[in-house]
Write a protein that binds this ligand. Structure first.
Ligand code: GLU
Ligand code: ZN
Length: 501
């Protein structure tokens, strides 16, 4: 990184709302903010936007924190570590928002709006029909004390609305360049509900101002809220909330899913948990997600997080929608899997064998040795870590529960397999040295030379009998790892499964 790019004044934020499960769009936003902060030697603020009691949940909050840790992100201020602008959960900052709203009103930047939903709807319809702009019409901007008294007498409770100034709202987007909005397209908007609950429209910019955020990098879906926030920023500066500067904004491109539709957070393909469960590596998934709008170089789409941090520049992010390509995501992950050092690969596999109960919470030294022995036989072929279950589960399964795949058995364990199994059992019983080379030599001699069967046909029934599947790590190594007694037991067990000749 060029030294000139170091800028410790950079302060970015990741500020999800704890609703539902974390999704890949959220992860990409977190990644770009994290990379931007680390690239510049600045700060990443992690803030929880939990002002919507009806939708936010503690479970979702815990999942967010867990996801951030699993992905390997660190933050300089936020939950669990605190910081100079604590608290970092908006639900604990309600007094601040009430105070700011009152000050905005006192300064004339906001006002009480008594319109009922029905009235707003009716006027919106009428405006539409007449071809006029259909946003809020400013009805309550200048209510007299008498009108207010009447409304109050009717039992109405007002919301607080922000007064949009009558000027063009412009900003220079870090991703898409200059953007400007005509004030007639940006109606006055609500900032506090009638029950006193502050809205996203208020709390998000207020906290960005108070937390002295310098760059707001977020999804394009929020672009339409930016002109309102710019106007609000100017008002906040005037009443002395924050340090008076407006952050730079950069809107990250949409992510398109199946059928070229925007990937929605409800789309199963978008769920981070799915990728974790399948066994994507955080570094593999993040490498891929970075490509949704950014690239290290045209020549190479494979990189480490260190490389990303060293090279990341928000100006290089492409404004065009990015397509989520699961196949590419898998291919990139497979490469990261292959690059893991052997011990690290083993360490990462453990939870995937624990999940289906093939390893206990505290694996024994013997079990870990077995895993270390089989792991190298699987690493080259693995796309996601959960594949270890299919590839090597036969070694860890309780012998009493071992079963061959019924489809594979139907195809391979036919009456023809009887002489193959019988000859193999005999050859292996007599074998002095139960290691791959002697095993292979003995089986070849018994089956290929002895019975005249082609190797391809000779070994497939053995593979299914011993590993349970037609696809497995190399057969002779698998037998060695399983041990002679269990190998023979499974070969005999397979004999029982054969249809009568
Ligand atoms: N809590 C907002 C969201 O989850 C944050 C939006 C923003 O980054 O400004 O969409
Ligand atoms: Zn009104």
């Amino acid at each position: 990184m060029a030294n000139s790019e170091l800028d410790p004044t950079v302060r970015v934020r990741f500020c999800p709302s704890p609703t539902g499960n974390p999704h890949v769009g959220l992860v990409r936003t977190a990644l770009f903010n994290w990379a931007f902060a680390r690239h510049h030697g600045g700060k990443l603020v992690f803030r929880i936007e939990d002002t919507d009691a009806a939708r936010d949940s503690e479970d979702s909050y815990n999942q967010l924190l867990d996801a951030m840790r699993w992905l390997g992100f660190d933050w300089d201020e936020g939950p669990e570590i605190g910081g100079p602008h604590a608290p970092y959960r908006q639900s604990q900052r309600m007094d601040i928002y009430a105070d700011v709203a009152a000050r905005l009103k006192a300064a004339g930047h906001a006002y009480d709006c008594y319109c009922s939903t029905e009235e707003l709807d009716a006027r919106r319809e009428a405006a539409r029909a007449a071809g006029r702009p259909s946003g809020y019409d400013g009805h309550c901007r200048e209510l007299t004390a008498d009108q207010v008294a009447v409304y109050r007498g009717e039992g109405r409770r007002p919301i607080v609305r922000f007064r949009i100034p009558d000027r063009t709202l412009t900003f220079d987007d870090l991703v898409r360049g200059p953007v400007s909005f005509d004030p007639k397209d940006v109606p006055d908007f609500g900032i506090v509900r009638a029950n006193g609950a502050p809205l996203y429209t208020l709390v998000n910019p207020v906290d960005d101002a108070l937390m002295e955020i310098t760059h707001v990098l977020r999804g394009e879906d929020l672009l339409s809220s930016t002109p309102r926030q710019i106007a609000l920023y100017a008002a906040l500066a005037e009443i002395g909330v924050g340090n008076g500067t407006t952050p730079r904004f950069g809107h990250l491109p949409y992510v398109m899913g199946e059928g070229n539709k925007k990937l929605s957070k409800r789309d199963p393909q978008a769920s981070l948990n799915l990728y974790r469960e399948r066994g994507f590596l955080p570094e593999g998934l993040l490498n891929y997600l970075a490509l949704l709008g950014w690239s290290l170089s045209a020549a190479d789409d494979h990189f480490s997080m260190d490389q990303l941090v060293a090279a990341f520049d928000i100006a290089d992010v492409n404004a065009n929608p990015a397509r989520f390509d699961l196949k590419k995501c898998e291919a990139i992950n497979a490469r990261h899997v292959r690059e893991l050092a052997p011990e690290e690969f083993v360490r990462r596999l453990v939870p995937y064998l624990q999940a289906p109960g093939l390893l206990p919470a505290e694996p024994t030294a013997e079990q870990l040795e077995l895993l270390a022995a089989v792991a190298p036989l699987t690493q080259e072929r693995m796309v996601v870590l959960s594949e270890i279950v299919a590839m090597a589960g036969f070694l860890f399964v309780d012998p009493a529960e071992f079963a061959v795949d019924p489809d594979d058995a139907a195809k391979v364990l036919t009456a023809d397999a009887r002489p193959v199994l019988e000859a193999s059992i005999k050859a292996l019983e007599e074998l002095a040295d139960f290691t791959p080379e002697p095993i292979q030599a003995a089986l070849r001699e018994a089956l290929v030379d002895g019975l005249g069967i082609k190797p391809k046909f000779a070994f497939t029934p053995l593979r299914v009998a011993v590993t349970g599947r037609r696809i497995s790590p190399p057969l002779f190594e698998s037998m060695e790892l399983l041990g002679r007694a269990e190998t023979l037991r499974r070969l005999r067990g397979a004999l029982e499964l054969l249809p009568a000749a």
